[in-house]
Design a protein around this ligand. Structure first.
Ligand code: SF4
Ligand code: SF4
Length: 436
């Protein structure tokens, strides 16, 4: 089915196709899991197992801001340096399948989160390694702690797809409404939220779906629905913040917790079902894949094996993008493992994929015209390449929303938004968090 993505600036419309995707259930269990020590955008975790150790499914194998758990039971056969889905490199523990499963296939827990104290909820989310995938993946427990320390904590949940070309959030909402809504409510409780703002896209109901009782879930916490324009990137933190300042000016926006349905579902699984973050729901689509589908995949599964599970390549693949056409990262190695922040794979053939030969800037101004943050992407990138760390450039890097509009319209195929994202390492602490 054909869809159109309308940019909020520059009068640009991007056409893309989405198939009707089946939920295919669990993918096969890999015989070897390659588990990266970095499961978010921060530092790698420190291994607490060594080569030759036997581990249980769900056992902690590395500790850090986000603990890493064994997705399968088995023997640790070593460490490997691997490509990661965000385009960086990192160390990974290799586990060869052996022994019995302690979580998969067993009867699930059904804990009543309303009977769990806020401190205990936070501890569970930390122990289970839940990652907040709203924009840059980060430890949910840390984000919760930061929000809880503000005078009037606010929880903001976007109930639509950040990148409509990879509609994982809307699929999860449709597939698991009870779990997602309970996940939002338990996080509101864990952070002792004073207000909850739910952001919906124009044309969709500004109310809960049938069977969801707001009073039952949120008790006395005031919940507001706010309608966002259907213009990309209306789901970014910057756009949502601006929308809320206009529509709910009384709302406290000091360190709010930003949430998406993927994170709410992970929080529910950790608390209610007692499952650590050892699998993800992954959308596999694009016209070079034989069977586009949504499936649950163990972390540590190699992306090449996921593609085989989907029937392999239908035609020669030209490009594979992880996490959407707009914000995604190109994949160069099919031995890249699935991590907690891997949400979609877009497998494109030559016909649907423009030439990706990067050429020199022709100074056409297209990137400038579409940038929702009113930045000059070309100038910012050239300054980063010159290692210019003047205040103006640093402010531009900090203000970039990572939406990818500039890269998509660039006739010279310069990966502007990735180069600007790479420049974030130049930012001092205060500017790095200014956007949020
Ligand atoms: S510079 Fe940043 S905010 Fe502007 S279009 Fe590019 S990615 Fe989006
Ligand atoms: S869109 Fe590309 S070619 Fe045009 S000014 Fe920007 S960087 Fe240069």
């Amino acid at each position: 089915m054909k869809h159109t993505l309308r940019f909020c600036k520059g009068g640009v419309d991007i056409g893309f196709e989405l198939p009707n995707l089946e939920f295919a259930g669990n993918a096969f269990v890999p015989t070897t899991a390659v588990v990266p020590l970095k499961q978010h955008c921060g530092e790698e975790a420190r291994p607490v197992v060594t080569t030759g150790d036997f581990v249980k499914e769900g056992q902690v194998i590395a500790r850090g801001p986000v603990p890493v758990h064994a997705p399968i039971p088995g023997k640790v056969t070593g460490m490997r340096r691997v490509s990661l889905p965000d385009g960086t490199m990192g160390e990974a523990l290799v586990i060869h399948l052996a022994g019995a499963f302690d979580i998969t296939g067993r009867k699930e827990a059904d804990n009543d989160w309303k009977r769990i104290t806020t401190q205990e909820l936070s501890r569970i989310l930390e122990d289970r390694g839940v990652v907040d995938t709203f924009e840059e993946p980060k430890p949910l427990a840390e984000a919760l702690k930061l929000s809880r320390s503000s005078a009037d904590p606010t929880l903001i949940c976007r109930l639509f797809d950040q990148d409509p070309t990879a509609p994982i959030e809307s699929r999860i909402l449709a597939e698991y409404p009870q779990r997602v809504w309970n996940g939002i409510a338990l996080l509101a409780s864990a952070m002792r939220a004073g207000r909850v703002a739910l952001i919906v896209e124009e044309g969709t109901p500004a109310s809960p779906p049938p069977g969801i009782d707001l009073k039952d879930l949120f008790a006395d916490i005031p919940v507001s629905f706010v309608i966002s324009r259907r213009r990309y990137p209306s789901g970014s933190k910057t756009r949502i913040r601006r929308l809320l300042s206009e529509k709910l000016p009384e709302l406290s926006l000091k360190a709010p917790l930003y949430l998406d349905p993927v994170t709410a579902l992970s929080a529910y699984d950790a608390v209610v079902r007692n499952v650590p973050s050892i699998s993800v729901l992954l959308l596999v689509l694009g016209n070079a894949i034989t069977r586009p589908q949504l499936l649950r995949v163990k972390t540590g599964t190699l992306i090449g094996d996921v593609i085989d599970e989907c029937g392999g390549f239908k035609t020669a693949p030209e490009r594979i993008l992880v996490n959407g056409l707009m914000r995604g990262t190109a994949l160069y190695d099919l031995d890249t493992p699935v991590t907690r922040y891997t949400r979609s794979l877009y497998v494109m053939d030559r016909d649907s994929c423009p030439s990706y030969t990067v050429r020199d800037c022709v100074h056409c101004g297209s990137c400038l015209a579409v940038c929702p943050a009113s930045l000059d992407p070309a100038r910012t990138v050239f300054a980063i390449r010159r290692r210019d760390s003047g205040e103006r450039i640093l402010r531009s890097i900090a203000a970039c929303e990572g939406c990818g509009c500039c890269s998509v319209v660039c006739p010279s195929r310069i990966p502007l938004h990735h180069e600007i994202a790479g420049g974030r390492r130049l930012l001092p602490e205060d500017l790095a968090h200014e956007r949020y």
